[in-house]
Write a new protein. Structure first.
Length: 85
């Protein structure tokens, strides 16, 4: 019974992610440390309705996050700057 409640609580906490433009993209792309692999997610962020909420909830700069959050790629909690071509 306690496990079911914990599972339901977790689903409630993650409801905001269902509205994310990246919700149906592969997890490996969302949590990639490489810009080339994360590119589809970064493009999706451009039209994402919860871009600001995503960055606020993930708080990448304070959690040593690796992946895409708020339209930016993060590695160890630091933004990976795009290299000029």
């Amino acid at each position: 019974m306690a496990t079911t409640r914990a599972y339901s609580h977790t689903n409630t906490q993650l409801d905001w992610r269902r509205a994310a433009a990246c919700a149906n993209l592969p997890e490996r792309s969302v949590f990639s440390r490489l810009r080339s692999e994360a590119e589809p997610v970064l493009r999706a962020c451009n039209q994402c309705p919860i871009k600001r909420e995503c960055e606020a909830v993930v708080d990448p700069a304070h959690t040593w996050f690796d992946g895409v959050s708020g339209g930016r790629l993060w590695r160890n909690g630091r933004e990976v700057k795009q290299v000029a071509r």
